[in-house]
Design a protein around this ligand. Structure first.
Ligand code: FES
Length: 172
């Protein structure tokens, strides 16, 4: 008998929780088919990420969710609440809750600093390297695994690829 080939598109649907189990503005971690999944409620919309950081495998969803804070200079701190970023508790890398994407400031990456003997000059150069607005951020090389989550009646249902289910820590 010919073995049935598994494709990356094969998914299994799992009822994870009741809608009210994840209040608005919060997130919860659930164990689903041996994998840990973080479900996030962002203004009534649900998003799901694997609880595994793409950097070094830290428990990503155990981190804090914050908006984007940016600044052009000391004393000028602005907040963009439309972006929701989860901060990995291991090394502090941030990932967009909705897309799993990490971001970096290209000006910080590209800029070379010269060592100034004048403290004032060195300070001025650092100020220039801070993004003045969120649009200056570019997607980084890391992306956390995003899973599809839907509200079906009173339940939250997650779709996961069949092929990798059960490999998470704590899998039975
Ligand atoms: S393991 Fe998440 S930032 Fe390093």
């Amino acid at each position: 008998m010919e073995a049935r080939k598994k494709t990356a598109r094969e998914v299994e649907r799992h009822i994870v929780a009741r809608v009210g189990d994840v209040p608005e503005g919060e997130h919860r971690i659930f164990s689903v088919a041996g994998r840990e999944i973080g479900i996030f409620n962002v203004r009534g919309e649900y998003f799901a990420l694997r609880n595994r950081c793409p950097h070094l495998g830290g428990p990503l969803c155990e981190g804090e969710v914050l908006g984007l804070v940016y600044s052009s200079k000391p004393g000028d701190v602005r907040f963009d609440g439309s972006k929701r970023l989860i901060t990995c508790p291991w090394h502090g890398w941030e990932f967009d809750v909705k897309t799993g994407q990490s971001y970096f400031n290209p000006r910080l990456k590209a800029r070379r600093y010269t060592v100034e003997t004048s403290v004032g000059e060195a300070s001025r150069e650092r100020q220039e390297a801070v993004p003045e607005n969120p649009d200056e951020l570019e997607p980084g090389p890391y992306k956390a695994e995003v899973l599809q989550v839907k509200e079906e009646g009173e339940y939250l249902v997650v779709a996961m690829p069949k092929s990798t289910a059960g490999r998470e820590r704590g899998a039975s």
